[in-house]
Ligand binder design. Structure first.
Ligand code: GRF
Length: 194
């Protein structure tokens, strides 16, 4: 493996909407020598997102777009990403659905993390549905983003046991811990040979 000295790391944008624990985790990972990514931008659709604090803390540029005029906003974001020479996008708790056109512009270069064992439980409220269905296992998945929701090629998954007394909250917490392991691992798996 070639040494990653910062100059050959992938220029990455992280898209968030909320707490940003995955963002924080990816930032910490990106600072390691072995990391194949360098985080250049945080894109967010929510002014109140707690995760925005990591922009100041780690001195990473942030941009907020509300996606009210989706196509217009997406086009502005695309220009902004290109201007910043972004090579990779990691969605991390980003609650908007990107258009086909947007995805086409970054074909094979957008990753997402989803809190279920895809292809099961695509979409929202995964933990509620998992518990309602008395599933014995749930988990998380890192996958490529394609034009259909939560359906792109799977990169890594981690299984988590669902206990009888689990609530959506306790399950979310357990799964989030695993998310923090598999997102960096997925990046290493994909790009370790850069
Ligand atoms: C994570 O569970 C992620 O899988 C889902 O939204 C949650 C975001 O958490 N898409 P955070 O904002 O990274 O803390």
């Amino acid at each position: 493996m070639k040494k990653l000295d910062g100059s050959n790391k992938l220029r990455t944008a992280i898209f968030i909407s909320g707490n940003g624990s995955n963002l924080k985790n990816l930032i910490k990972f990106s600072l390691l020598k072995k990391s194949p990514i360098k985080i250049e931008l945080i894109i967010c659709n929510n002014l109140k997102a707690k995760g925005l604090r990591y922009s100041e803390k780690y001195k990473i540029k942030k941009k907020i777009f509300f996606f009210k005029r989706k196509i217009t906003d997406e086009n502005i974001i695309l220009k902004y990403l290109k201007k910043n020479n972004i090579q990779l996008i990691c969605l991390a708790g980003f609650m908007k659905i990107l258009s086909k056109n947007f995805i086409k512009n970054f074909k094979g270069k957008i990753l997402n993390i989803h809190p279920s064992l895809l292809p099961k439980y695509k979409g929202l409220n995964t933990h509620e549905r998992v518990i309602e269905n008395n599933e014995k296992f749930s988990g998380c998945t890192v996958h490529y983003v394609n034009a259909s929701l939560d359906s792109g090629k799977i990169i890594l998954q981690k299984r988590v046991r669902v206990r009888k007394n689990d609530t959506p909250k306790s399950l979310a917490k357990k799964i989030l811990k695993q998310e923090h392991l598999i997102y960096p691992r997925s990046l290493l798996k994909l790009f370790a040979n850069l």
